[in-house]
Write a protein that binds this ligand. Structure first.
Ligand code: FPP
Length: 273
């Protein structure tokens, strides 16, 4: 075929037939992935998300950084709802790290207020969606009223057996690991644990995520490709999907795309296939 006719053949091969806009499996012609492209029998049981890029999203629009956090919260609601729709069992969202205290005081207090105001009004929606919420992270540096709110919400939703939602606030994975080490040393000194008892299972049972499967998929938005002290122990065998959109741009279509990418990976866990 000549160069010219190849051009027309290529062009028409990309034009969808009526009713065939979305392929049965695989991305759409515009590169997006619909729910029907996902293998619902192979969804990750636990997804971790590093929601990055709120500040840049706002700055790009000439808005204060806090506007990015507000828009980011809207995406949180959508992604939680989509996890419920898909039947994902566990979702961990990195909302505030132990390092985030270094931000300007104004931004920190905006975020704390955003958590406070949102969580106060969210219980009905959580019941409706059968979401069980847990807060992971160190509670001691947080305002007592916020911690009270966390405890109340955890208690109110503890019998919801749908999505298990972990919200990481004042969370740092190294500190989490250190606190496990301290607890085990204490137990050993008290004679409750022997050195030979300490294995991966026992160790994991002291983590905030005790009883939950390790995340199989960790998503980070905004083009950054690092873990930033998030679920270091639990991420041992996770697949990482780093995506370009900033968190406020990360909608349901982008979420499907990340799961699709996860499902296209060959997970070997150190063996051969
Ligand atoms: C990172 O973007 C985002 C945060 C530190 C805050 C994330 C919080 C939310 C989305 C609100 C969630 C609320 C609840 C109740 C779970 P960044 O500010 O570091 O962005 P940048 O890298 O562009 O500066």
């Amino acid at each position: 075929m000549g160069l010219f006719s190849q051009f027309w053949a290529d062009l028409f091969s990309r034009v969808p037939r009526p009713g065939a806009e979305r392929s049965v499996s695989g991305p759409d012609i515009d590169g997006t992935v619909g729910k029907e492209s996902l293998d619902l029998s192979r969804l990750p049981r636990h997804i971790g998300v590093i929601m990055d890029g709120n500040g840049r999203w706002a700055t790009n629009r000439g808005l204060p950084r806090t506007a990015g956090h507000r828009e980011g919260l809207a995406r949180v609601r959508e992604i939680v709802t989509e996890c419920v729709n898909l039947g994902i069992e566990n979702l961990t969202l990195y909302a505030f790290s132990t390092e985030n205290w270094k931000r300007p005081e104004e931004e920190v207090s905006f975020l704390m207020n955003l958590f406070r105001e949102t969580l106060k009004t969210e219980v009905d929606e959580m019941h409706k969606q059968r979401v069980r919420v847990r807060f992971i992270g160190e509670k001691d540096k947080l305002d007592p009223d916020l911690v009270k709110l966390f405890t109340k919400l955890e208690k109110q939703t503890e019998n919801n057996y749908g999505l298990n939602l972990n919200i990481a606030i004042n969370y740092g994975s190294r500190r989490e690991i250190l606190s496990v080490v301290r607890s085990l040393v204490r137990k050993a000194i008290e004679g409750e644990v022997k050195e030979s008892d300490i294995d991966e299972e026992l160790f994991a049972s002291y983590l905030y995520t005790a009883g939950q499967p390790d995340p199989e998929l960790i998503i980070r938005t905004s083009g950054e490709e690092r873990l930033s002290n998030f679920l270091l122990w639990q991420a041992a065998y996770a697949e990482f999907v780093f995506v370009r959109p900033l968190w406020p741009e990360f909608g349901v279509a982008e979420f499907h795309q990340a799961i699709y990418e996860y499902q296209s990976r060959n997970r070997r866990f150190g063996t051969v296939t």
